[in-house]
Design a protein around this ligand. Structure first.
Ligand code: ATP
Ligand code: MG
Length: 298
């Protein structure tokens, strides 16, 4: 997968809530091209993002209530955060090629800035994020894509709130977040927020209602796993694993996420007896890991 952008390329906002950089940038297409999901899903995401960043500001909030928030949800390691980055890159490329805007800003909210106990002090942070920090980032009018991982912690379901938390606090906190989201939608029509979550049950109903789009990113099927395996193997200088082996391995790996599939290859590479690089990776090396993990699961 692509390199993280070097530290110096990221800038921080003055509140310490998020880091941002300018897109498009070299290498970032991989966050899109090398994440294998249903092509139709990618088309939907792209068309929504492009609509939001190009046209949303023309519409009245009453006439066409677009909030500029989409949710990607699904099991861990299925490519949600990667796709969010990739989507930002592809849209940035489109916008710059069409002369719409030479630069798109991409930002990621620091997960530590918004702890899961979103009450008291951290509630204040969340409101500041939505009402100060993000509006400031959008102020210059560039298209902005922001990723907020684990949105659950931000807008906890009021009907499910329990577990030792004072329900009145949760109520207040979540209502304040909803107000913040509405405020952001009204002052930053050039901003697209991509939220991610592992599960939707604990997201507040009123928050779910505000999403323009919720897309499930599920575990890959055998064909998807085969594509991910092939892509991972392409990263290596030399392999002796044919298409048939890949198909059989993929079938045996059903139920794993894209992240886990790539990790199997990594394990096969680093745990074999003779770890000398150019010896090509063989099907046997990979089967050893698959079988090992099967035994552990049983
Ligand atoms: N569908 C996929 N196709 C190819 N690679 C994938 C896929 N899903 C995950 N990966 C690999 O796993 C890495 C981690 O994925 P990512 O962090 O985007 O998952 P996530 O869904 O955001 O996980 P989490 O819910 O744990 O935050 C990716 O950078 C990629 O290498
Ligand atoms: Mg993620």
């Amino acid at each position: 997968m692509p390199e993280e952008a070097p530290r110096r390329d990221w800038r921080e906002d003055r509140y310490g809530f998020l880091r941002w950089l300018v897109l498009p940038r070299e290498g970032w297409r991989e966050w899109w091209d090398r994440i294998y999901v249903d092509p139709d899903l990618k088309r939907r995401l792209l068309s929504y993002a492009s609509f939001c960043l190009r046209h949303r500001s023309r519409f009245s909030q009453v006439g066409l209530p677009v909030h500029g928030i989409a949710l990607l949800y699904g099991p861990p390691g299925t490519g949600k955060s990667s796709l969010a980055r990739g989507l930002a890159q592809i849209v940035a490329e489109d916008l710059s090629q069409s002369g719409f805007s030479a630069q798109t800003i991409f930002a990621e909210v620091d997960p530590h800035a918004l702890p899961s106990q979103m009450l008291g002090e951290s509630q204040r942070n969340t409101i500041d994020l939505l009402e100060k920090s993000l509006p400031e980032l959008a102020e210059k009018g560039h298209p902005v894509v922001v990723v907020i991982d684990e949105i659950n912690s931000l807008a906890m379901s009021r009907s499910l709130a329990a577990g030792g938390r004072d329900p009145v606090d949760v109520l207040r906190a979540t209502e304040a977040v909803l107000r913040g989201v509405d405020y952001l939608a009204s002052v930053a029509p050039n901003m697209l927020v991509i939220a991610t979550s592992n599960f939707t049950r604990t997201i507040d109903e009123a928050m779910m209602d505000r999403l323009d789009l919720a897309v499930e990113i599920g575990l890959p099927g055998p064909d998807g796993i085969a594509l991910i395996l092939r892509d991972t193997l392409d990263e290596l200088p030399e392999v002796s694993i044919g298409d048939e082996d890949v198909t059989e391995l993929a079938a045996a790996m059903t139920g794993r996420s894209g992240r886990d599939v790539r990790k199997v290859i990594l394990q096969a590479l680093v745990t074999r007896d003779n770890n000398d690089f150019p010896r090509p990776l063989t099907p046997k090396d990979v089967w050893r890991i698959v079988e090992q993990e099967r035994r552990v699961e049983q």
